[in-house]
Write a protein that binds this ligand. Structure first.
Ligand code: SF4
Ligand code: SF4
Ligand code: SF4
Length: 415
């Protein structure tokens, strides 16, 4: 397929206010990145189809999309950057390390089958050292641990709830292999509200492939996912997701980057899980018989949730729980940004971006911090001794549904 890079964006709309530069988390911590204004609209004027981009600094953009949110002129800066990155990779090739990182979903079943031995292997210092030396995979980063019982296996063996009220659930590869307790919490909370979850055939959404410039690979996965998702939408079902990154990729990026106009039919059907539950509340259909939860918890809002433009539905929902105090942190990008923080040359930048989050987390004594994105939860566990939790776990507790549940899976490897 042809990758469209010669797009005529409203670069002339840029009024050079530099607001995007002020807010860019990467510019704040390194000079290696020239910044959203320069790499975005400024350089775009000189790019043309087929030319190798001359601005390799674009590789340091994390894709957090904060620049798009703050730009007063509506310049789609992150899209310019993503397309420039794709063109760069098309011209120079995709490094083996990035191919491996973006295909991690393929090893998930094997790693789960071999857990906990696979988790122990990933922690071995000689393995880490070799990966760093040969592939430039950062030796000090914490890898996510794999669960012995993937979510799909639990569905097959243990999920039997049936109801006339149904909702489709795209749980994503991280929930499946690394954090299946999140999937179980989602379906229990749905069940409490009378909803049966159905599971369209699904694979990785393709975001790591797109982020590493493999448009062809991302499109292949997207087409597989779309089969089941479009069928669910045709059946009139809402489609929920519990990872803001999965949701953003399917709802927005399939159409924008992968030349899949049919994905537009999903736009109104895709609902972040808290957004869906808040919709039930507004319709007077949410079970609000919550037990008090006496906790004070910080909440880090994922960049991709901000980019979805659906407000902060988890905060709205958690506000219904007696005695619970949740504080939205004054933080933006956590710095991990998918596979970005796993790369040796970007690891220090990732940590430097995360310092703001680390400082904010330090204001709280409790053992938990909330975020709706798995990468943010991993970074929370990288930067602090807190366990990163998806907000749905607090709802599960408030419903008294966590009694049968073991401690939620940890996003990253145990310290
Ligand atoms: S997407 Fe994020 S990292 Fe990239 S230019 Fe925009 S604000 Fe900076
Ligand atoms: S915020 Fe928008 S208008 Fe201002 S410099 Fe950045 S791209 Fe240009
Ligand atoms: S965004 Fe979701 S489906 Fe895509 S790689 Fe991450 S967890 Fe997997």
């Amino acid at each position: 397929m042809t990758v469209k890079t010669d797009i005529r964006y409203p670069t002339d709309q840029c009024i050079k206010c530099t607001i995007c530069v002020e807010h860019c988390p990467v510019v704040k911590v390194t000079e290696k990145f020239l910044g959203p204004k320069q790499v975005g609209p400024d350089f775009q004027r000189f790019r043309s189809e087929g030319d190798e981009p001359h601005d390799a600094s674009v590789e340091y953009c994390t894709g957090c999309r904060i620049c798009d949110i703050v730009c007063p002129s509506g310049v789609n800066i992150s899209e310019l950057n993503t397309r420039a990155k794709i063109a760069l990779r098309a011209a120079r090739g995709i490094p083996v390390r990035d191919r491996l990182l973006s295909h991690a979903y393929m090893f998930g079943d094997l790693a789960s089958f071999a857990a906990p031995a696979a988790n122990a292997f990933l922690k071995l210092r000689p393995f880490r050292w070799m990966s760093d030396k040969i592939l430039h995979l950062e030796k000090d980063v914490k890898y996510p641990s794999y669960s012995k019982q993937p979510f799909e296996k639990w569905i097959r063996e243990s999920y039997h709830f049936e109801s006339d009220k149904k909702v489709a659930y795209f749980f994503g590869c991280f929930t499946n292999n690394n954090d299946p307790s999140l999937g179980r919490a989602v379906v229990r909370v749905l069940e409490r509200n009378g909803y049966q979850a159905v599971f369209p055939k699904q694979d990785c959404c393709g975001l790591p492939l797109l982020g590493n410039g493999d448009v062809r690979g991302a499109r292949k996965l997207a087409k597989k996912n779309l089969e089941g998702l479009l069928r669910a939408a045709d059946d009139g079902l809402d489609i929920i997701y519990s990872s803001t990154s999965c949701g953003m990729m399917i709802r927005d990026d399939y159409e924008t980057y992968l030349d899949l106009p049919e994905a537009a039919a999903l736009f109104d059907r895709m609902k972040e899980v808290s957004e869906f539950l808040w919709g039930l509340y507004e319709a007077g259909e949410l079970d609000t018989d919550f037990e008090p939860v006496d906790l004070s918890i910080p909440y880090h809002v994922p960049c991709h949730l901000r980019s979805l433009g659906i407000g902060l539905p988890a905060l709205d929902l958690l506000g219904l729980i007696p005695e619970l105090h949740v504080e939205e942190l004054e933080t933006y990008c956590c710095g991990l940004a998918g596979t970005y923080g796993f790369k040796s040359e970007k690891y220090d930048i990732s940590l430097a971006i995360g310092r703001e989050l680390e400082r904010e987390l330090g204001r709280f004594d409790g053992p938990y911090a909330l975020s709706d994105c798995e990468a943010c939860r991993m970074q929370i566990e990288n930067l602090s001794s807190k366990k990163g939790l998806h907000p749905i776990f607090i709802l599960q507790r408030a419903y008294g549904l966590d009694a049968a549940e073991e401690e939620p899976d940890t996003a990253s490897e145990q310290r």
